[in-house]
Design a protein around this ligand. Structure first.
Ligand code: ARG
Length: 588
């Protein structure tokens, strides 16, 4: 559907043309003085120079033509030459009727769908998810849903870290604890057990223990490095043990991401890229891109215009080992081969920005990606505690995602049960939904690149710019719709009337912004656009609701129109929160 601003602009442009001025001066925007008008065109000011006429005269000419048009309820030329407009209620109602009839709520799907891979999540196997991973999961999931909603083929890949020293550390620690296991017996030729020799909670305790030991004990660290090399070189027992670690860990990760309403189309791992490395290295050498420097193999990626030093990409260390960069380059090759994507988006902590600058430049320069593939880095800031420092547990340790969610859910449960009697089981379920909205909205309502403060009180509040406030608004609408249905009437479509009062019009003018807002959210890959839109929409709805007797009115035709307007508002809000990755309960 055409955007309402384009329809209005078109009318004004036509009017400029009719008056003998160039049409392009008629471009119109949303008014920045909502107290005076709804839409505004400043073209007469610019046209004045060209036509050597006072701007107000031009504005007067145009306004005379606009006054005849059905689209406008009020048009005025204002000194020195602004054109201020209010649209007619019929025009807005008609737009909303079209929006109501559209399954995609007025948003056009891409004519040429792109294949977009979103690399997010980025959990590391056998290490518990901490709040640092929260942002990647929450933002990446939303960006993916936005791309899909716009009609693109967006594929989420969790890109698990399963290849570094952490694996060698775990293997070493298991070996110290259970040296009798067959994985460590070089002469063992039989089948390895199907059952893993550890549970997830043991695994989660093993890694930090091993990591701590390796920092104090050089010999232990050597052992872990050796185990990492053995694993990477394909030693059978180590591979089998690694597979156990993966299985146990992935099962747990799926559960945790599930609780966040985050899911991945692909569960690829860093190790999946390793087979591409030897050929890639050969290619880079052969083409002269990579050269040896102090034993390491590197590719220069600095550019003339750099203001900050961009170090070369290290492809292989002097001992021949591959690095994070190497893995990311090889992953690009894998993705190109499997999906030939138009774009790869990385949703990663902004502290890794330099790494991605290097990887992107190297991939471009060496032709590992073609020009058609855009490489985009969405770097996010840190989630801090109220003290402005990275969020910690009460005892000062790294906060685990699970505990954070438990804390939030507990707080939500307390709030939900505080004021009224509810079935405790239902309250638990509701608390989960509302808690998730608190966490996700609290995160997504900030521009991703900014640090933000995790403020339990503000995030879980039912008032103000919070997830629970949005859900509360949706639940309020649902409850009115249910009461309407309970009176024997049904919620239909096609009967929205021109607004009956000012707050209703304001609500309508908010709803019509949905398609242009979505386009912008997609262009900028910016979920915070959706958040500020639904916050405004919820505010306008609540204002209308407080000023209007919807169920109490005797006028059934008016009532039917209001009910349809409510239902449309609900659809827009529910679609929006789905794009943010959470949903609303029936009651709360
Ligand atoms: N596992 C990494 C970490 O925890 C994040 C991976 C991000 N994705 C990538 N393609 N490098 O820091």
């Amino acid at each position: 559907m055409k955007k309402i601003l384009d329809l209005i602009s078109q009318e004004v442009m036509d009017a400029f043309e009719v008056c003998g001025y160039e049409a392009s001066y008629g471009k119109t925007g949303i008014s920045n003085r909502p107290d005076l008008c709804e839409y505004q065109c400043n073209g007469a000011l610019a046209a004045a120079k060209r036509y050597k006429k006072a701007p107000i005269m031009i504005a007067n000419d145009v306004v005379a033509v606009l006054k005849e048009k059905q689209v406008f309820a009020d048009v005025a030329a204002v000194n020195p030459g602004f054109i201020n407009m209010k649209v007619s209620g019929e025009f807005v109602a008609e737009y909303l009727l079209a929006m109501q009839a559209d399954d995609n709520l007025s948003v056009d799907k891409a004519e040429q769908p792109k294949t977009i891979i979103i690399d997010y999540g980025g959990a590391n196997v056998a290490k518990p998810l901490h709040v640092g991973h929260l942002r990647s999961a929450v933002i990446g999931e939303s960006v993916k849903r936005i791309c899909q909603f716009m009609g693109h083929r967006a594929i989420g890949d969790v890109h698990l870290g399963d290849w570094g020293l952490q694996m060698g550390l775990i293997i070493t620690e298991v070996k110290h604890r259970q040296p009798e296991l067959p994985y460590f017996d070089e002469n063992f030729a039989g089948e390895y057990p199907e059952e893993a020799p550890f549970t997830i909670s043991e695994l989660e305790e093993i890694y930090p223990a091993a990591s701590a030991k390796s920092k104090e004990d050089a010999a232990y660290r050597e052992e872990a490095l050796d185990a990492t090399a053995k694993l990477q070189n394909g030693v059978r027992g180590y591979r089998a043990l690694w597979q156990h670690i993966l299985n146990v860990s992935i099962k747990d990760l799926k559960k945790n991401y599930g609780n966040l309403n985050v899911s991945f189309e692909l569960w690829k791992k860093e190790s999946d890229a390793q087979p591409y490395i030897p050929d890639m290295v050969a290619y880079l050498k052969e083409k002269g891109y990579a050269y040896e420097d102090q034993g390491a193999l590197i590719v220069d990626v600095k550019e003339e215009s750099d203001t900050k030093e961009v170090p070369p990409c290290i492809i292989l260390k002097s001992d021949g080992a591959a690095l994070y960069t190497t893995t990311d380059l090889a992953t690009i090759i894998d993705r190109k081969k499997e999906y030939d994507p138009d774009e790869i988006i990385y949703c990663v902590d902004k502290r890794q920005e330099m790494h991605f600058v290097q990887v992107f430049r190297c991939a471009r320069k060496t032709g590992l990606v073609s020009d058609k593939t855009a490489l985009t880095f969405i770097g996010f800031g840190t989630m801090n505690g109220r003290d402005g420092k990275p969020f910690k547990t009460r005892s000062g340790g790294v906060m685990r995602l699970e505990y954070l969610l438990e804390d939030i859910n507990e707080e939500m449960f307390r709030k939900i049960t505080e004021n009224h009697e509810v079935d405790p089981d239902e309250a638990r379920e509701t608390a989960k939904l509302v808690g998730l909205s608190a966490v996700k909205y609290g995160d997504l309502s900030n521009q991703a690149s900014k640090d933000y403060i995790f403020d339990m009180e503000r995030f879980t509040s039912f008032e103000g710019n919070s997830g629970p406030y949005i859900l509360y608004t949706i639940v309020r609408i649902k409850s009115i719709l249910n009461k309407y249905r309970a009176s024997g009437k049904s919620v239909e479509q096609g009967h929205i009337l021109a607004p009956a009062n000012e707050s209703e019009k304001a609500l309508m003018l908010e709803l019509v912004k949905f398609n242009s807002m979505m386009e912008q959210a997609y262009e900028e890959k910016a979920p915070h656009r959706i958040c500020s839109f639904i916050y405004d929409l919820a505010n306008e709805f609540n204002r209308f609701y407080h000023e209007t007797r919807i169920l109490g009115t005797e006028d059934e035709v008016q009532q039917r129109s209001w009910i349809e307007l409510l239902d449309l508002t609900r659809r827009v809000l529910e679609t929006s929160i789905d794009l943010l990755g959470f949903s609303a309960p029936e009651r709360m």
